[in-house]
Design a protein around this ligand. Structure first.
Ligand SMILES: C[S@@+](CC[C@H](N)C(=O)[O-])C[C@H]1O[C@@H](n2cnc3c(N)ncnc32)[C@H](O)[C@@H]1O
Length: 270
């Protein structure tokens, strides 16, 4: 089980979407009544000072996941913009960006039915809505958004070029594509090539692996406590892998540099 979680992005394409749906539906079903986790990324911490942004007290418990959203989105101002997030998960990042950055509209899309139901139930924020959909077939008209955001989700898409082509289609001519995700370090040049071949220009990029490791270190005991309280014993290792706790294969791959984590600001090349 632990190996499956560690290597899900290398599994055959036809099993990735069903597996991902099952896994996330199961995670969401663990927390129907008591919401303690609305971010599902590995987190971002500053290297000088771990706290990079001011947060309202109610957002403090998810500081590192929200700081990842702040890093991913703050390449461009979102105020007054129409924003699409693909792979919105449990919606914590969508709620945070809508409340703090004041877009005109924010749509959070995800493949998971229970994920969308959870988001609709738990995040009632003006100008924010959630829809079910597939990154590789976005249910929107051409030129609908000023920014498309994608945080720690693209790596598991079976056909990444379809996703990039869909982003290109729904993004307005002067729009920004804000992509933040991990890749094996050997695959990073290929990712840049895929982005260029899809018609995007890399405006800026930042390698944030060390920030992710710092967040994993800082948040380790909180995550372990949560896993210990909520997860059946036989799944604790697999879940620790998914969460990147210290000693997991995922943690080691970030710490050693085998796995990179990058944040891109992209725009249409033409
Ligand atoms: C690791 S979670 C990250 C969620 C969120 N971005 C966050 O940082 O909290 C990855 C998310 O991508 C979603 N996902 C996976 N494949 C997808 C697809 N083909 N289309 C849309 N969402 C997808 C999953 O359901 C999951 O919610």
């Amino acid at each position: 089980m632990r190996r499956i979680v560690e290597n899900y992005a290398e599994l055959p394409r036809f099993v990735r979407k069903p597996l991902w749906r099952f896994w996330h539906s199961w995670i969401i079903s663990r927390e129907k009544h008591d919401v303690v986790m609305t971010c599902m990324n590995y987190g971002f911490a500053g290297l000088d000072t771990e706290r990079t942004i001011d947060l309202e007290p109610r957002d403090e418990s998810e500081r590192y996941g929200l700081q990842m959203y702040h890093r991913a989105a703050s390449w461009v101002p979102l105020e007054g913009k129409d924003v699409l997030e693909v792979g919105a998960g449990r919606g914590g990042g969508a709620s945070f960006l809508t409340r703090y950055m004041h877009p005109r509209s924010y749509v959070g899309l995800d493949l998971s039915d229970p994920g969308i139901a959870f988001c609709n139930q738990h995040h009632q924020v003006p100008n924010l809505r959630f829809v079910k959909g597939d990154a590789e077939q976005l249910p929107f008209e051409d030129n609908s958004f000023d920014a498309v955001l994608n945080v720690e989700s693209s790596r598991c898409y079976p056909h990444i070029m379809k996703f990039f082509s869909e982003v290109k289609r729904v993004l307005r001519p002067d729009g920004a594509f804000l992509l933040t995700d991990m890749r094996w370090s050997a695959d990073v040049p290929k990712l840049r090539e895929q982005l260029r071949d899809s018609g995007f220009r890399i405006v800026e990029e930042q390698e944030i692996r060390e920030n992710v490791v710092r967040a994993l270190d800082t948040d380790d005991s909180r995550k372990r406590a949560l896993i210990g309280q909520r997860i059946p014993k036989f799944l604790i290792k697999a879940f620790g892998e998914f969460a990147g706790v210290q000693g997991s294969g995922r943690y080691s791959s970030f710490a050693s540099g085998a796995m990179e984590y990058l944040s891109f600001h992209l725009e249409h090349a033409d």
